[in-house]
Design a protein. Sequence first.
Length: 189
Amino acid sequence: MSDRERLVRIVEATPWLMRALHAVRAVGIPHACVGAGAIRATVWDRLHGYTEPSSLVDVDVAYFDASDVSPDSEAGYRRRLCALIPELAWDVVNQATVHVWYESVFGRKIAPFGSVEDGVGSWPETATAVAVWLDASDRVQVVAPCGLADLCACVVRRNPRFESVPEFRARAEAKRYQERWPRVHVVWE
């Protein structure tokens, strides 16, 4: 079985995540997918044999709409998702706007992203730079610009596009990956 097939099977077997994917599709967010920690935690929980899902800080919804870069749009989508599934903490970000605030958060300017795939491909760790979405036929589709090998092997590695090694190290330490998932290996670089 390929890593992609394994990921799709895990997603399809995770009721809360399938419910979230249906909600995202129902809200009609342009080019939207669920990614980052929601996917990583789901996969690593399954690979560790956990029967209860790890707690999530939030459910990251990445989308791309260069024609509407208003923060009100992000907030509107978030409100609609909260109305559908209020027990999830939704974090909705238009990848077409990331370059506007990125410098104030990470200390350097970046070029605007050209797609949701481009945005997902910039996320800090390769295992976290993964997202999924439902197509019109309810098939799980995968966005994995850095591949799926690290996610499926429980490896935390800095995404080469995320240039800040100190921020990566601080993030990996704060996330305490190895405490939550003992089989995780962190590549500290």
